[in-house]
Design a protein around this ligand. Sequence first.
Ligand SMILES: C[S@@+](CC[C@H](N)C(=O)[O-])C[C@H]1O[C@@H](n2cnc3c(N)ncnc32)[C@H](O)[C@@H]1O
Length: 240
Amino acid sequence: MTPGFVSFVSSGPGDPELLTLKAARRLAEADVILFDDLASGPLLTHAAPSAELVAVGKRAGRPSPRQDHVSRLLVDHAATGARVVRLKSGDGGLFGRLEEELVALRAAGIAYEIIPGVPSACAAAAAAGIPLTRRLTARRVQFITGADVTGGLPEGLNWPALADPEATTVVFMGKRTFPTLAAQLIAHGLPPDTPALLAEAVTHPEQTLTRLTVVTLAAQLAETRGDQPALILYGPLADP
Ligand SMILES: C[S@@+](CC[C@H](N)C(=O)[O-])C[C@H]1O[C@@H](n2cnc3c(N)ncnc32)[C@H](O)[C@@H]1O
């Protein structure tokens, strides 16, 4: 049997209109679609009625399939000769465990392509009406994860870089750990009144954007944080 082919398709932040044309075409042509929680809902209406839809979502704090199981599913479906789409939220190359799945496909001799998409970080800035960079005050952007595999703040963070008041920092998966992160940032010299933005469910109907400062956002998240997916932006953010 001819082995199938896997398209890693980036879904963008959730609004189906932010899918690329290529992503929509691959979804329509797929025999099987393995999708994450944040890459589901209306995005899947692009799939053919005959396509097999397989949820392999990972959401913080909830049971989710192990990564090796997801990689195995990909290989097994492709080995049947199917056109497989692996649908990942935002841009699949950002905090999306893409590498583990590429390694599994290469080991099995299965061909693949990677289709980039709109990262949620870019969509969050757009929704807030601000740029990520600013000509004189924010010449650097850094994307970090606020959670390691245990859910805690990752070790070995580059504190001078993260406390740099001239960079825009975007924290993925950081609601739970932001109070600890913020305390460390301030201890490393970041002014407590540095602007911060909490961007939840970006481009979804329930989207909320909250402008605070690093210290007030940390205090808010220590009290309550809900379960919407969220990004935290801080740095010399432009006025909305
Ligand atoms: C596993 S990471 C995947 C990131 C994705 N590859 C991207 O480029 O946006 C999941 C995290 O991305 C962020 N995220 C993804 N989509 C989001 C959205 N629509 N609104 C807010 N945050 C989002 C949240 O921090 C969420 O916990």
